[in-house]
Design a binder for this molecule. Structure first.
Ligand code: PSU
Ligand code: MN
Length: 297
């Protein structure tokens, strides 16, 4: 395993000492923002994790290895040309020696292999709108069903069928916690989402719930933190989803296409809100990881 997975010295020693570590993904770096914004969002997320007192473990595939803990120059290699790696794609990418950016599901898969239990992201993938033929359901959900972690997010991406995704999360046994809110944030938008399965008030409370959930054999816990600045972009999202369909964009291409469309047509507003919410979620993941490490003492 040592030759397949490379853990940076800093992350390895934190894990060894039982200190707080937070996994961060690279798909949003490579495919979630126009270059070079993605790298800045990645660095901002790492800084937020550190400010919370935890160690960031940004994850991706480079040089035939799954790398956990990246340097800045390694992070810069996650360009739009990188493959997008869900859970099934990690092994293939490593063996073929390609550059691969991990999604939430891909990141959780790598994190689980080395014992990292916390991650921060923008929005979880889920059930795409309209339940098209063939249906498109993010592999993030399968990963959440089988990997014990806390995922700090702004809910599921609102370009999806959020209500259907929340139903499926219940089916899969994933608690959906609202961080100081009763409804699941709609990614860019704080209010108007479906009810969460429970409201929570603090990182310490989330850490205790995760600990109890894992002791009962449970897996992921999804935490929804409302974005500080709320943006109503439903009309634009509907437009973007329709444009994707018209242009025959499907599968892994849909989410990046829709995000890029929004960034382009909102005069940079979705870009700003998306960046800020990702960084804030990384910070919350750091606080939860620190609270969990304190439970273990
Ligand atoms: N959050 C963001 N921007 C993103 C993503 C999340 O703010 O680009 C990525 C995550 O990597 C997530 C992926 O796992 O989108 C979902 O892609 P898909 O719908 O193809 O499964
Ligand atoms: Mn998909």
């Amino acid at each position: 395993m040592l030759d397949l997975i490379h853990v940076s010295d800093e992350v390895a020693s934190a894990l060894e000492d039982g200190r707080a570590v937070v996994a961060l993904e690279t798909t949003l770096v490579a495919h979630g923002f126009p270059a070079p914004d993605g790298v800045q969002v990645g660095l901002g997320s790492e800084a937020a994790v550190r400010a919370a007192g935890a160690i960031p473990a940004t994850t991706g595939v480079l040089d035939g290895k799954i790398r956990i803990g990246l340097t800045e120059s390694q992070l810069e290699r996650f360009t739009p040309q990188a493959r997008k790696l869900g859970p099934r794609d990690l092994a293939v990418c490593a063996v073929q020696g390609a550059v691969g950016a991990t999604t939430v599901g891909g990141t959780l898969t790598a994190a689980a292999a080395v014992g990292i239990r916390f991650m921060g992201t923008g929005g979880l993938g889920g059930v795409h709108r309209g339940f098209p033929t063939p249906p498109d359901v993010s592999a993030d959900l399968g990963a959440a069903a089988r990997i014990p972690t806390v995922i700090a997010s702004s809910g599921v991406k609102s370009l999806l069928d959020v209500a259907a995704t929340v139903e499926l999360l219940e089916t899969l046994g994933v608690p959906v916690l609202g961080y100081r809110t009763d409804t699941l944030p709609l990614f860019y938008q704080a209010d108007g989402g479906p009810p969460v399965s429970a409201r929570v008030e603090s990182a310490a409370e989330i850490a205790r719930i995760a600990d109890a959930h894992w002791r009962l054999g449970g897996n992921a816990v999804l935490v929804g933190r409302p974005p500080d600045e709320s943006l109503e972009v439903e009309r634009l999202i509907a437009e973007a989803v329709a444009a994707a369909e018209r242009q025959g964009v499907s599968g892994q291409g849909v989410t990046p296409f829709v995000l890029a469309y929004l960034h382009e047509h909102s005069a940079g507003e979705t870009r700003r809100v998306n960046r800020d919410l990702i960084v804030a979620n990384a910070g919350l993941a750091g606080e939860i990881a620190v609270a969990y490490a304190a439970l273990e003492q």
